[in-house]
Each structure stands twice: as C-alpha cells, then as structure tokens.
Design a protein around this ligand. Structure first.
Ligand code: ATP
Length: 362
C-alpha cells in the first residue's frame, strides 16, 4: 500500500525583495512528507528551511506553487485553522503561568470542556515526563524542562503535523542528545507527522526517517540517513554531511553499475556510479574517511605522508598529505590493545577498496 502523504509542497517559489536585492528563498521546491514520519529539513543558514516551514504553518506565502495538507490546498486557511502546530526555538511560553496552564492554553482557545482539558494536560505531562512539575511556574523550571512544556503545549490539541524550528539549539550538548531521543520517542508514541528544521547534520541523521538536504533555496537530495550519507548525489551534500575526501580522475570503463577510474593521483579504482548516471571523461569522486585503508608504502594506492594523527577514543584520524598535494583523511576504529595508529611523518599508501569511492554528479 502506498504511504499517505501528509504535507506536499508543489513547485514552491518565494522571492524576498526586488531588483538587485531580490533573494530567492525558495526556488521551485517540491517535496512530499509522509504521514507519521519524522522528516527533517537540513541545510546551512539562509538556505530556505524556515521559509518552507512557515509556509506549512501559514505565516508565509508562496509567490508560486501550492502547499497541500492531506491532499487539499490550504492556501486560504489562516494559521489557526490549520491542523498544524509549531514549536519555536525560543519556546514562547508564558513565564508567569504554570506548566499546566501553559499546556492548557491552546485547548482553552479551542473552547474544549474543562474536564477534557484536564485529562489531556495530564496525558501530555506524562508524555513529556513532567508529572511532578505541573504546578510550577514556567520561569521556575530549567531550559530543558521549558522545552518539554513547549512540546506538550504544541502536541496537546492533537495537530496532524508538528513543525519544529531548531527546537534544541538553546540546550547544552548533553541535554540536546537526551532530547533528541525523547523527541523521537514522542513522535513514535503520538504518531503525529514531525517536520523538523536543523542545520546540524548529525542531529538530522540520528533522528529522522527521511532528510531533505537544502542549499540556496533548493532541495538537493531527499533520503534516509544511510542513503544521504552513503550515496550523496553531489559535492555539496557529500561535503555538508559528514567528512569527505574528494578525488578526481578519468573514467576508463563502466560495467555493472561500477566505473573503472584512473585517479589523478595514480591508482586505478572501481567506483560506485549513482543511479541514472553514465559517467564519461573527467569525474569527481568522494570517499568517506572510514573507507580508506592505510597500508605500507610501495604496494599500490595513493602515496602520501602522515601529517597529523588525532586519537579520539573510539577512533583515530590520520590526515595524510598525498604526493599529488591533496589531503586525505583516514578514520580507523580503535580496538582495545591494538596499536593501530601511524606516526606523524610516516610514509603510507592509502588503499581505496572496490566500491568505496562514489562518483558525484557535480
Ligand atoms: P536559518 O537557519 O539562518 O534560520 P534558513 O535556512 O531557515 O536559515 P530562511 O530563514 O528560510 O533560511 O531564509 C532564506 C533566505 O530568505 C535568506 O537569504 C533570508 O535572508 C531571506 N529571508 C527570509 N525571510 C525574509 C524576509 N522576511 N525578508 C527578506 N528576506 C528574507
């Protein structure tokens, strides 16, 4: 059975300003967000994520294109009539009201009966694990607790879609990690479609069912964490998500979805070819640091000298200066009792196993 689409953006364009000062915040963007999924808009500052989110909420309007909710165009619906709620970065709680009163606020606006409101507030307090603090004023709880209250308040009226605009950015590292897990749990438990905005790639990959990577008003790639990390479509995505080594070379032959590429730095490798591409001539390639292998010099591979070695607990980073001038990072997992690290200044060869390199579209 096909999965139901909760939110659809169809060929959305939004231009701010005019003349030479015009900014294309969204440039012909289309995306389908499925019901019950945790969907993330990821990209650097200014790429258009917030503008797209605000359009779903009804605070912003497209110059061209449509936003559909459960298949219906919602252009004419004001924000408060949409079955959508937003959690803002600064939480926007009423500081002088109690946790309970904050969570009840939206339900009161909707004119729900008192008994129903009380039951729902209790349910929400349980969901965000704040049962003990219901009667505390919101200026007397911690930042992490305020975050939970903001979530409870937004979820209380049972929106079909919850929009989250960088909701964790004000939290310290440890709390942020904890809230990432909590958010995911709440999404599962409620079954509500979450549309999450972040510029933090690690956060996007760990939390989302699917991610849309954006740059300059365009969506470059949509996929789950593995697809985006292992098969980035172009250089921007490869560079933005995780660490990357970029190489260039010339295609010698293509067979069975793999290309034989002679690298500018010497060796011939077998590289993955993205679906639908028939590479010829000069190509760019990406290799993730954990896919390169350090070997003694002289046995083939990319010749270079270890420039820096960084031990980081679970793994070791080797920054290798290739003889051709480029830099190549190799990350290898540390194993207990095994001395895996090379010394700075040591000559090495980096082997790129079959399929570890991927050809990029641009
Ligand atoms: P950030 O992560 O910094 O919030 P973003 O990816 O959410 O960035 P948007 O806020 O959507 O990006 O902005 C996209 C572009 O549109 C930016 O260049 C921004 O300066 C511009 N922009 C957004 N809102 C307006 C506005 N009301 N008037 C003029 N320009 C705007």
């Amino acid at each position: 059975m096909a999965e139901r689409t909760a939110v659809e953006a169809r060929r959305i364009t939004r231009i701010f300003g005019s003349g030479t000062a015009a900014v294309k915040a969204l440039d012909d963007v289309s995306v389908e967000i499925r019901a019950n999924e945790f969907f993330t808009l990821l990209g650097p500052s200014g790429c258009g994520k917030t503008t797209l989110l605000r359009m779903i909420a009804g605070f912003e309007f497209p110059d061209a294109g449509e936003i559909l909710l459960d298949g219906a165009d919602i252009a004419a619906l004001p924000p408060y009539r949409r079955p959508v709620n937003t959690v803002f970065q600064n939480y926007a709680l009423f500081p002088h009201l109690t946790v309970r009163q904050n969570i009840a606020f939206g339900l009161e606006m909707l004119g729900r009966a008192r008994a129903k409101i009380d039951a729902r507030v209790n349910e929400m307090l349980r969901l965000v694990r704040m049962e003990e603090l219901g009667d505390r004023r919101c200026d007397q709880i911690s930042g992490g607790q305020q975050q939970r209250v903001a979530l409870a308040r937004a979820l209380a009226p049972e929106p079909r879609v919850l929009l989250l605009d960088e909701p964790l950015s004000a939290l310290d590292y440890k709390l942020r990690k904890e809230m990432q897990v909590e958010l995911k749990r709440m999404q599962h438990q409620t079954g509500i479609t979450f549309v999450f905005v972040t510029h933090d790639q690690e956060e996007a990959l760990t939390m989302s069912d699917r991610v849309a990577v954006m740059s300059r008003g365009k969506i470059l790639q949509i996929g789950d964490a593995r697809e985006i990390y292992e098969h980035p479509v172009n250089r921007f995505v490869a560079d933005f998500i995780g660490e990357s080594n970029f190489l260039s070379g010339t295609v010698a032959a293509v067979h069975d979805g793999r290309a034989e590429v002679r690298l500018d730095d010497g060796p011939v490798i077998m590289a993955e070819v993205p679906r639908g591409l028939t590479p010829t001539g000069r190509v760019s390639l990406v290799v993730r640091p954990e896919h390169g292998e350090l070997a003694p010099p002289g046995g083939g591979g990319l010749a270079g000298t270890v420039e820096t070695v960084i031990y980081s607990g679970t793994d070791t980073h080797h920054r290798v200066r290739l003889d051709g001038g480029g830099l190549f990072i190799v990350r290898s997992q540390n194993r207990r009792g095994v001395a895996g690290g090379r010394a700075e200044g040591e000559r090495v060869a980096i082997r790129v196993p079959d399929g570890a390199a991927q050809i990029l579209r641009d």
